[in-house]
Design a protein. Sequence first.
Length: 215
Amino acid sequence: MASCKKCCTGTCFTILTIFTIGLTLGIFIFATIVYSKIRTVNDTIFIVIIIALCVTALVFIFGIYSSCCGNKCTKGILTFIYLIYALVLAALGISLLIFKNKLPGYFREAYDSGKFSKEDIATLEETFNCQFPESENGTSLLLNDTDTNQTDCFEMFESYVKDYGLWLGIALIILFVILFIGVVLACRLACKKDEESTGTHPVKEQVSTPLTYGW
């Protein structure tokens, strides 16, 4: 029975790791690929995404190891890490929902101040299939002057950020809820296993003591 409970706890942590930390890792990989195309807008955000990606990868590897091969102490450490990680996910999700409305303004400001090179502009126009208007300083950085039917890049980017920012923010908050509930259930299962294992010892002593003394 104890081994069955131990197996259930390990399975619970494994499923939790794959479907929460693994999915979060995929989200950060996607965010890194997308934001790398516009990292000139704000390098700090890109650095934060890279750090989050590396931390998530380490947590994922440790989670898989602890779930499959870890002892009770390792799973205790994993539980603590998951609780902290869940709170970080909630903070990131809320921040993303708030910050997504400000990012288009930073994008426009970076363009008007000339932070984008011609290569950056060409990549952005190709990626979003759009066209940049004339900058505020009067210098036209338009690369596709002949195509007047393309969507304005600022409108395209704003729509892109608001849509994906909304869904990513909601996804991170949902992952926080799932991860938090999963950790609580896994801890409850582990504690229940400990209570059952300790509860069997007095029974054994009660049965063996009369036999030992010949009662």
